[in-house]
Ligand binder design. Sequence first.
Ligand SMILES: NC(=O)c1ccc[n+]([C@@H]2O[C@H](COP(=O)([O-])OP(=O)(O)OC[C@H]3O[C@@H](n4cnc5c(N)ncnc54)[C@H](O)[C@@H]3O)[C@@H](O)[C@H]2O)c1
Length: 378
Amino acid sequence: MSRRIRLGMVGGGEGSFIGAAHRVAARLDDEYELVAAALSSDAARAQSSGAKLHLAPQRCYENYAAMAQAEGARSDGIDVVAIVTPNHLHVPVARAFLEQGIHVICDKPLGISVAEVEDLRRQVQSSGLMLMVTHTYSAYPMVRHARALVQQGAIGDVRVVQVEYAQDWLSEPLELTGQKQAAWRSNPALAGPAGALGDIGTHAFHLAEFVTGLRTEAVCAGLSTFVPGRTLDDDVQVMLRFQGGARGMLWASQVAVGNSNRLQLRVYGSQGGLHFDHAKQDQLLFSKLGAAEQTIYRGSTAANSSAAAATRLPCGHPEGYFEAFANLYREFAASWRQYQLGSSQTGNYPDIADGCRGVAFIDSTLKSSASGGHWVAL
Ligand SMILES: NC(=O)c1ccc[n+]([C@@H]2O[C@H](COP(=O)([O-])OP(=O)(O)OC[C@H]3O[C@@H](n4cnc5c(N)ncnc54)[C@H](O)[C@@H]3O)[C@@H](O)[C@H]2O)c1
């Protein structure tokens, strides 16, 4: 008889941000049940946070190492752990759970150095377990539509890619006020060597490669830190060279006043162009050379089967961030069920290779910027 997947969570306690989105995503399609967690680095907060989520007290752990050991030893232990801590913990936590035979869902960036994520890749491969990285934006229906159009040749050969992720919440030194999310993101010991680059640049990078199906061969970058006293970058501008000759530009900024979460992707090919704007995520603009621009709506008859598979509500009823997150969780669940039947097929979700690529992108971009803007291979 089929059953819900037993989910555990590390991070995501009271006052945190993305853990709650993971929990909503896990519930949306009735595939998962949260049964255990180490929700905070503070033991009392871990317990109180667990109580609010109605977890059994004995399965609210003081730290992730104890949780991995105990859950690995239970006959009804968790099947999958979701890691929603600051970046420096992603790899150590993932490793602890993989060692116990537990699959991993990890937020981005996958880690803070190429060496540690490559070690993790080897562990994932030798264990045969599954690892998903939650690049949420790749799961929006109209992003899936765009990817399918490129795959079908609807815009011809890709020539130009423009991607940007602009925010403004770090326009002032918010990290000095004690704001938790800003504090760890501005601390290299917790965030890793990249600021805006790692936090949102990796999302933009993944989106560009996901939709075009092209791999970036080299980057030429300039990082800036505009807010005085800040250690990490708050703005990054990158030129991209793709395989096959396509060229691109990526801009990620957390000091772009007037932008909350403005993620946009434009792709131009020899026969057409595409424009996805996260602020209008129900729509995709599609232009065919010589014809008028079309607006394709999610949930409409014009949406293709890739978009339809990622859609829950009819056209006109708003869907958004939680649903995109849930698409990833649903796809991971489908793979987990296949895995139980002995299949090692990976699903449509970002996996260990995507996670390692994001960290390689950070590394090459940092090297390029430090060199004064030389091209650096990925
Ligand atoms: N996929 C996305 O779109 C998206 C969006 C936002 C954040 N993120 C990523 O999610 C992660 C968390 O970001 P956030 O904004 O939610 O941060 P946050 O500061 O709001 O939450 C971090 C949580 O981790 C907990 N934590 C810290 N150390 C811990 C430990 N040793 N053991 C257990 N828990 C511990 C904290 O107590 C807190 O509950 C980051 O890696 C970030 O890059 C991804």
